[in-house]
Design a protein around this ligand. Structure first.
Ligand code: ADQ
Length: 508
């Protein structure tokens, strides 16, 4: 295994798709590979994702990256993924950095595969398809070829690192065929897959020319985990209609000689850690909070990547409608929307940005006064140490994606609140979080009137009701945190009996 002498420049973190990849790895060129000893009972944990969280500096990362990184350090293992540079050679040199007992293993991709696998099939086909946006799918055969090629290459590069009793946990839609490719490379370890985004119903899935191959590839995993029951039901419905897989019980299927578990594992956040961050507001945030307190202004907050799935134009329209219906709220309510750029090289993302900017300009132009800007729109990433106190200082958390796997911001907003005087969460029915967060005010994100009415309800909700709702939500978010999620998934994977032939055959 050769080491690179200088790390390639990573793509901006804003171009990293999921919360999993919230921190861009900056590999250390002096790192070198050593043999790792795994725990005989549980085996090592091998995490595979498109991007690798930086195990060295998880301080500012999301709960997910921190949680997984911690688990990795405790269990010993590997985190494998793309190095994030747009200008490498697919199949080129592997870079290994040891961090404590764990290793970060990163691999390069060629510009052609960044365009075909990452921007193309993953983010121009699977992302819109899985978010029920057939109108935005840009299907091209070359994208699928690149997607397959990258998965095969990743499998070939990962296989030599694996030990017989490793547990392999693959994340997200970029890597659906990875288990199939690993099996072809001779790997017989238990392999689990977790999809962070929604899984669509059969009628939508079959719009992809590759739906049969994708589902067949999924069935090479031992455990297939989804955010919600609805997602799991969608795959089961597809299998019932179109696959010879035999359902054994609620979660287990017989696929040939193997048993595959399909279940929901709703993701959580590091709720305690996020709550703790609210107590450390820096001067800028404190001054902003004090200013609003003096002026008696309440704040609605939204925090999202600038993605068309997040329903941002609809939110702006709902705020506008609220102001039209309740002019008495003028100058007493502001809406802060943080929406950093993401995947700007994908065409559909340019359109959403232009639409949002036009809306913000039009609404502010009509309503603003010299001493009141109704919408504050921040088009860049904000440090989590600022975000947490900003959420705490906001009376409404406005989280209304048109479709979302889970939505961690909904959980972060709840964790950030002051239990004695909490704000109200307004949440889309179509976020996975709605399956668990019943005490939020649930809305249809396409229904502007309903959202405007619900914003008003949130802004005028009596303290006793706010506390009652928040107490139940907080209890849920604290108990079902990131660690509970990992433990549940890994317990299912450890107990899986799916792969017929063990021990591992040596990869060729
Ligand atoms: P995302 O689509 O990225 O994640 P989300 O679940 O909201 O959506 O996670 C975003 C994370 O990034 C949150 O921790 C949030 O605080 C942070 N973030 C967002 N905007 C930010 C900003 N401006 N500055 C700093 N941090 C910001 C995907 C799926 C989701 C699923 C997650 C986890 O699309 O449905 O919940 O993975 O599985």
């Amino acid at each position: 295994m050769t080491q690179l002498s200088s790390p390639p420049s990573p793509v901006p973190p804003s171009d990293i798709p999921s919360a999993l990849a919230g921190t861009a790895a900056t590999p250390d060129a002096s790192a070198h590979l050593e043999e790792t000893g795994g725990d005989a009972e549980t085996g090592r944990l091998v995490i595979v994702s498109n991007r690798v969280a930086n195990l060295r500096s998880t301080g500012q990362a999301g709960g997910l990256a921190v949680g997984l990184a911690e688990t990795l350090k405790e269990r010993d293992g590997i985190w494998f993924g793309w190095n994030g540079a747009p200008d490498g050679v697919t199949g080129g040199e592997v870079q290994v950095e040891r961090v404590g007992p764990a290793e970060q293993v990163t691999v390069p991709l060629s510009p052609k595969d960044v365009a075909g696998y990452y921007l193309g099939y993953a983010n121009s086909v699977l992302w819109p398809l899985f978010h029920y946006r057939l109108d935005l799918v840009d299907y091209r055969p070359a994208f699928y070829e690149s997607y397959q090629r990258v998965n095969e290459t990743f499998a070939r590069q990962l296989a030599p690192f694996l030990k017989d009793d490793d547990l392999i946990w693959v994340h997200d839609y970029h890597l659906i065929p990875l288990a199939r490719c690993l099996r072809k490379a001779g790997c017989r370890q238990r392999i689990g897959f977790f999809l962070h985004i929604p899984f669509p119903p059969p009628d939508i899935l079959v719009a992809s020319p590759n739906h049969a191959e994708l589902v067949e590839a999924l069935l090479d995993y031992d455990v297939i985990g989804f955010q919600t029951q609805a997602d799991a039901v969608n795959l089961k419905a597809y299998l019932a209609e179109r696959s010879p897989a035999v359902q054994l019980d609620d979660t287990r299927f017989r696929v040939g000689t193997r048993t595959v578990t399909i279940d929901r594992f709703p993701i959580g956040i590091d709720a305690k850690g996020f709550a703790a961050m609210t107590r450390e507001a820096d001067d800028e945030v404190q001054i902003d909070l004090m200013r609003r307190q003096v002026l008696g202004r309440r704040q609605i907050i939204g925090v999202d990547r600038l993605d068309y799935s997040k329903g941002l134009p609809e939110r702006l329209k709902a705020f506008d409608r609220l102001m039209a219906q309740h002019p008495e709220l003028e100058k007493s309510v502001t809406y802060l929307q943080v929406a950093p750029p993401t995947r700007e090289k994908v065409g559909a993302y340019g359109d959403i940005r232009a639409e949002l900017e036009a809306l913000v300009g039009a609404i502010n132009g009509r309503l603003a006064d010299f001493n009141w800007t109704p919408i504050r729109y921040i088009h860049r990433s904000v440090d989590r140490a600022k975000l947490a106190p900003l959420m705490r200082g906001s009376q409404v958390g406005f989280v209304t994606p048109l479709r979302d796997g889970m939505n961690l911001v909904a959980k972060e907003y709840v964790a950030a609140q002051d239990p004695a005087d909490p704000g109200v969460l307004v949440l889309s029915r179509f976020a996975g979080a709605a399956e668990e967060m019943h005490e939020a005010l649930l809305v249809n994100p396409y229904d502007i009137d309903e959202m405007a009415r619900t914003l008003y309800q949130a802004l005028t909700m009596p303290l006793a009701e706010r506390r009652r709702r928040h107490e139940a939500l907080l209890d849920h978010v604290m108990r079902h945190d990131a660690r509970a999620w990992q433990e549940a998934f890994l317990a299912a994977l450890s107990g899986a009996t799916g792969s017929a032939a063990r021990p591992q055959q040596a990869p060729s």
